[in-house]
Design a binder for this molecule. Structure first.
Ligand code: SAM
Length: 231
């Protein structure tokens, strides 16, 4: 990529990322709350708000980790208020599929446990899939939505991940990315440098074929990026 993190060799980066998430899986959600002072909840709500989930949708949350974004999408689809407003029928509700895709099985296992704790162990709308953002196992034109929250920075070849997002989305399907625009912790500087180039990232999304690419700044140096697949 054209971003400034080549200093970290690709192989080392994948290994580093893998190890980080294996070690933190069990405490990941608490860590998230502490490190963002709970703000990640607001950011994720905003992300889901932008997505406008609907009953019967096929959605893919990549780098989905412990399912934090997926649960929010699930809750939005199933919210009593939304169901009443949209006069949703139970059949289409049951057809909803939210795939949580992550490269790290430990993160997914924590997510599955969270689902069980919520009484959703056997719920067919939530599907946990081990997989790489750069080589997705899903069919072409199969998804209404694609989200990636705090995940694109971990991907080694961002272009490949974007091409895959484009491939699996249906025409008009939406790509949404939540990411840090900058981080001021020197130790992680190399890894996070790319976020000072967010406009270029927006351009990459456009180059992948998405249209109507837009981004918004959120409180705390966060950015929400959205692209709509070309019609
Ligand atoms: N999206 C979740 C959230 O916001 O709470 C988790 C974000 S966590 C910071 C990043 C996740 O990306 C980890 O669970 C990690 O295993 C996953 N990941 C890293 N590289 C990946 C790749 N190439 N494909 C899929 N997932 C990946």
């Amino acid at each position: 990529t054209s971003f400034g993190f080549q200093q970290v060799k690709e192989e080392e980066k994948s290994k580093l990322v893998g190890n980080v998430f294996t070690n933190v899986a069990s405490s990941y959600d608490i860590m998230n709350d502490v490190m963002s002072a709970g703000l990640h909840r607001l950011w994720k709500e905003r992300l889901v708000g932008k997505l406008s989930p609907f009953a019967g949708m096929k959605h893919l949350d990549v780098a989905g980790g412990t399912g934090d974004v997926a649960f929010r999408i699930f809750d939005a689809v199933n919210s009593v208020k939304r169901r009443a407003l949209r006069k949703v029928d139970e059949a289409s509700l049951e057809e909803t599929q939210i795939y949580v895709c992550d490269i790290n099985p430990n993160m997914l296992n924590v997510g599955k446990q969270r689902a069980a704790d919520r009484g959703l162990r056997d719920n067919k709308s939530l599907v946990w899939v081990e997989g790489d953002a750069e080589a997705l196992s899903f069919d072409d034109n199969s998804m209404d939505g694609y989200t990636i929250a705090f995940g694109i920075r971990n991907v080694t070849h961002i272009e490949k991940a974007l091409a895959e997002a484009y491939r699996v989305l249906k025409r008009g399907g939406r790509f949404l990315c939540l990411e840090l625009s900058h981080v001021d912790i020197p130790v992680f500087k190399e890894l996070y440098d790319l976020y000072s180039f967010q406009e270029r990232f927006a351009k990459m999304i456009g180059d992948a074929g998405f249209e109507k690419v837009e981004y918004e700044n959120l409180v705390g140096g966060l950015r929400n990026l959205a692209g709509v697949r070309r019609r």
